[in-house]
Write a protein that binds this ligand. Structure first.
Ligand code: BJW
Length: 229
């Protein structure tokens, strides 16, 4: 990477995992073309039909377990190795491909497929590969177990930590996100307001493309290794 920066804050979205075989949400043929958001990605949908929601996430958990990181994930892990202590990865993704590539301390603002959450007491634990609503909570024995992911209308994880990172960023990089979902879509503005340079990687301009200082278009498995080299 040619730009010397003190703190590099990276936001990733579904596009970085697309070339690992995990579907995006809003691209043609994406998850939201085949499933109704209200049914599978809201607390109300889960309350109406928990079995349907578990089927949706069980299938994605099985797919993610088999997936391997691509050159884009690997480039970000390499970047962190080249700049020790200076790179923060915030992901909207619920897969673990950044970790499989060697990234550490990844902030999963929309939760993880590997987590289970008790709707009754809020306890969290490691999910089985196949989850069911009647799975018993190890803390309160409640039987309203859900995937530990953030649905519409819920508050994403680690927001205070993220706000601090954005305020301290010298370079903010957004990768493979359509920037249609808040609060992540606003991170570019927060980082720019705090004085960071901003850079977007995507196949095409995102909804926030005009807010970035610089944009690189193409598959992340090609553009990121080129950037990091
Ligand atoms: C490639 C590529 C390749 C493809 N290389 N690129 C009205 C106005 C403003 C806000 C709201 C509003 N009404 C409601 C809201 C809030 C709402 C919201 O944003 N709604 C919008 C629809 C308008 N947001 C919320 O409810 C959030 N909570 C919240 O706001 O709480 C209030 C609060 C916040 C902060 C502090 C205090 C209070 C929660 C949002 C939860 C989102 N959950 C999901 C599901 C997670 C679990 C799961 O995975 O199932 O998160 S929805 C889904 O969208 C998932 C994703 O993380 C998220 C973003 O999607 P992403 O990653 O951008 O994917 P795509 O498919 O959209 O885009 C892929 C991109 O990759 C494309 O651009 C491609 O071009 C590109 N690409 N291949 C590079 N090879």
């Amino acid at each position: 990477m040619h730009v010397m920066s003190d703190k590099i804050v990276i936001l990733t979205g579904a596009g970085i995992s697309a070339e690992s075989g995990l579907g995006t949400f809003r691209d043609e043929g994406g998850l939201w073309a085949r499933h109704r958001i209200e049914d599978v990605a809201t607390p109300e949908g889960f309350a109406r039909d928990p079995i349907l929601v578990h089927e949706f996430y069980n299938a994605r958990r099985a797919q993610a377990a088999k997936a391997q990181p691509n050159a884009g994930h690997q480039a970000l892990a390499q970047l962190a190795a080249q700049h020790p202590g200076e790179v923060v990865v915030i992901t909207q993704n619920v897969d673990d491909l950044h970790e499989k590539a060697g990234s550490q301390g990844v902030i999963h603002m929309h939760g993880t497929l590997s987590g289970a959450l008790c709707s009754a007491c809020g306890h969290r634990w490691q999910a089985e590969l196949v989850m069911q609503p009647q799975d018993s909570c190890p803390h309160c024995a409640g039987t309203t177990t859900r995937p530990d992911v953030v649905w519409f209308g819920e508050i994403p994880y680690a927001m205070q930590t993220i706000e601090t990172h954005l305020a301290e960023a010298d370079l903010f990089v957004s990768i493979g996100t359509s920037a249609q979902v808040y609060p992540a879509a606003n991170f570019v503005q927060a980082a720019a307001a705090a004085g960071a340079r901003t850079l977007e990687f995507n196949l095409e301009p995102s909804a926030m493309a005009t807010r970035f200082d610089d944009c690189r278009y193409g598959p992340a498995s090609k553009t990121l290794p080129r950037w990091v080299a």
